[in-house]
Design a protein. Structure first.
Ligand SMILES: Cc1cc2nc3c(=O)[nH]c(=O)nc-3n(C[C@H](O)[C@H](O)[C@H](O)COP(=O)(O)OP(=O)(O)OC[C@H]3O[C@@H](n4cnc5c(N)ncnc54)[C@H](O)[C@@H]3O)c2cc1C
Ligand code: FES
Length: 340
């Protein structure tokens, strides 16, 4: 037991790791102090739902913040949010094994590029450890350090936009959120050469082993993990037919568009369909316009044996899933990450 810790034990995965709870401290932060990185995209505000864990022993009652996020079925199975779970007696917890493999990385900002209005790509050179093994589609938690006006360290999730083959330098794509705590730091203060900390990798959003045709759907910065998947497919000469529907407001908001058009030429079977929701008359846009779900309904054939991978804001992902289902795709062939 670490000196000074007298709290009850938290036994993870049958004893693979044992922690000592601190009274009043949520599991998420107790685990983090012991270098166990449970995913957290909202920094512990009970909004992202990424920190779900299952309690195997007698579980405390769910607090209102958990009831707002978890389904009735999850609560019946004693799933809790690690950011809200405060244990008062010895507790057995089940975590996906991958969580225990996530590490903390020290990195340096190698390059920053503004790819569109309020859309910044940040390349990070990993220093310690110097390499990260991840699957295309996974994400890291980026740490916004303590600031003079705000001493709380904050974590948010960002998907790798680069290929897993670049395991020493990873790219993240940040969309600025108005008054967002972490994205304001990235846009207003972060500079090339700065040291940063990321934890990971996390997530189950990655290409499944299959030969099915793929429908990719991305909105805004949701293009990041899809780009990683496409880079990975190109490097591995994976010839699965794939169509990418990408939603943005105006032509100036499309990122990686030239790269995707070049990919159409290099990867037979790949097509890129940008869909703009607000092109101005001066944009001279001749491509698809309107909402992305409407474009899916209009342009796709009946989907009998396809897989869909969707990424972006919750509204876009949910409405696009409804459109894909109306086209016949089955629930078990739909995979997504919502950037909430
Ligand atoms: C698995 C996963 C992967 C993600 N990957 C990426 C990624 O690759 N690139 C990326 O830019 N983001 C990504 N996100 C979102 C990211 O984690 C943050 O939520 C986002 O950057 C906002 O952080 P912030 O601290 O700047 O804003 P916050 O301070 O958390 O939010 C400020 C306010 O804005 C609202 N808000 C938060 N996000 C949005 C939004 N997108 N649009 C409108 N309002 C919003 C909040 O509800 C809050 O009221 C991902 C999220 C998840 C769950
Ligand atoms: S960290 Fe618990 S819900 Fe986001």
């Amino acid at each position: 037991m670490p000196p000074g810790h007298t709290g009850p034990r938290i036994i993870i995965n049958g004893g693979e790791r044992i922690l000592h709870a601190e009274v009043g401290r949520p599991l998420l932060f107790t685990a983090m102090a012991e270098k166990i990185f449970i995913p957290s995209a909202c920094g512990g505000r009970a909004s992202c739902g990424q920190c779900r864990v299952r309690v195997l022993s007698r579980a405390p009652k769910h607090v209102p913040e958990e009831r707002a996020v978890l389904t009735a079925d999850e609560m019946a199975r004693d799933v809790h949010l690690a950011c809200q779970l405060r244990v008062t007696e010895e507790t057995r917890i089940e975590l996906p094994p991958g969580y225990l493999k996530a590490r903390q990385y020290r990195a340096r900002v190698a390059r920053m590029r503004d790819l569109a209005r309020d859309m910044r790509e940040v390349e990070l050179d990993l220093i310690e450890p110097a390499r990260m093994r991840f699957l295309a589609g996974q994400y890291v938690q980026f740490l916004r350090p303590e600031l003079e006006h705000d001493p709380r360290p904050l974590y948010r999730a960002y998907s790798m936009a680069s290929s897993p083959s670049s395991d020493f330098r990873i790219s993240l794509l940040f969309a600025r959120v108005l008054e967002g705590e972490v994205t304001s730091y990235v846009f207003d203060r972060l500079r090339p050469g700065d040291s940063v900390t990321v934890n990971g990798p996390f997530g189950f959003f990655h290409l499944k082993e299959s030969t099915r045709q793929i429908i990719f759907v991305a909105g805004g910065s949701g293009i990041a993990p899809i780009r990683a998947m496409l880079l990975d497919m190109a490097e591995k000469r994976n010839a699965r037919p794939a169509a990418l529907f990408y939603s943005a407001h105006t032509p100036a908001d499309l990122v990686y568009a030239e790269e995707m058009r070049a990919r159409e030429r290099d990867m037979p079977g790949f097509s890129f369909i940008p869909v703009l929701s607000r092109p101005a008359p001066g944009d001279r846009w001749e491509g698809e316009k309107g909402g992305l779900p409407a474009a899916l309904l209009r342009l796709l054939p009946e989907l009998d044996d396809h897989e869909a991978y969707l990424c972006g804001g919750p509204g876009l992902v949910d409405s696009s899933i409804n459109a894909l289902k109306a086209k016949g795709i089955r629930d078990e062939q739909i995979f997504f990450d919502k950037f909430s």
